[in-house]
Design a protein around this ligand. Structure first.
Ligand code: URA
Length: 268
């Protein structure tokens, strides 16, 4: 393993495994489990955007979907908004009960022309206080994950499914998602990223409109919206803080996401 790669693993705080009986400094790198490899290399002349001959988990923006977000219809007023209008609409939103207790909304942060868009679940207390997604320890781990794959935080766009903090870290309700998801949809349309990285089950299930377990969503290229943007799913950094041994799997997911974003993998 070269020094750069070792540094990236360090940045993500992944454990190093020294081979017993092997060279003192040999490190076993995580390997993709064959059971989750459902993608094929792209022909070299094909870009990831055009590689949609066969797709999985396709859901047009306004189409009914099987999961929690079924029947989602972005209100026309949201669908047409530019960044200024969308930010103002979110700041003044009263479409669900979460507006009653919030101190401020958490819109999203980052490069509005980013190649990668990160989708989380909902702001927590730290995020509500600072008005920015993924701050505090969870945010620091997300930053390290992004840094480790060469897409540091300032180069990506980060947004949540919900823009208001649910009380006591409760999972978003279907109604809250139904009311709020159009805002994220519009953010995705405006950024038009090469890749959407969903962190955690709740973000992935609600964005894709499925109730598939996270383990089955990993290692696949899903597609979102009429533009069929590539979506890859990995663990939530809060979960990784609680279960550090799972970081190796997250590393595999991030390598997979890189390959998808760089057009080296596509859905079969
Ligand atoms: N968890 C999330 O999903 N989003 C945040 O912004 C913070 C924590």
């Amino acid at each position: 393993m070269d020094q750069r790669r070792a540094g990236l693993l360090e940045a993500m705080a992944l454990e190093r495994y020294v081979l017993r009986g092997g060279p003192a400094d040999s490190i076993i790198e995580p390997v993709m489990a064959p059971t989750v490899a459902v993608v094929a290399p792209l022909p070299t002349s094909t870009t990831n955007r055009s590689a949609t001959a066969t797709v999985r988990s396709v859901r047009p923006l306004a189409a009914p979907a099987p999961g929690a977000a079924a029947g989602l219809q972005p209100p026309p007023e949201t669908a047409d908004l530019d960044w200024v209008g969308l930010e103002a609409a979110v700041a003044g939103c009263r479409r669900c009960g979460l507006c009653e207790a919030r101190t401020q909304t958490v819109f999203g942060v980052g490069d509005r022309a980013a190649r990668w868009l990160i989708v989380g679940e909902a702001p927590g207390p730290d995020e509500e206080r600072q008005g920015e997604p993924f701050v505090g320890r969870v945010g620091q781990l997300l930053n390290a994950m992004l840094q480790s794959i060469g897409h540091p935080r300032p180069t990506v766009y980060i947004a949540n499914v919900l823009k208001c903090r649910p009380p006591s870290n409760q999972d978003p309700t279907p109604e809250q998602v139904r009311q709020c998801l159009p805002n994220l949809q519009r953010q995705i349309e405006l950024v038009a990223p090469d890749l959407i990285l969903c962190v955690g089950r709740v973000a992935a299930q609600n964005l894709l409109g499925v109730d598939t377990p996270l383990a089955q969503l990993r290692g696949k290229v899903h597609r979102f919206g009429a533009a069929e943007l590539a979506v890859v799913v990995t663990y939530h950094p809060a979960y990784l803080l609680r279960s550090p041994s799972e970081k190796r799997k997250a590393w595999i997911d991030l390598q997979f996401a890189l390959e998808v974003a760089n057009g080296r993998r596509a859905a079969i």
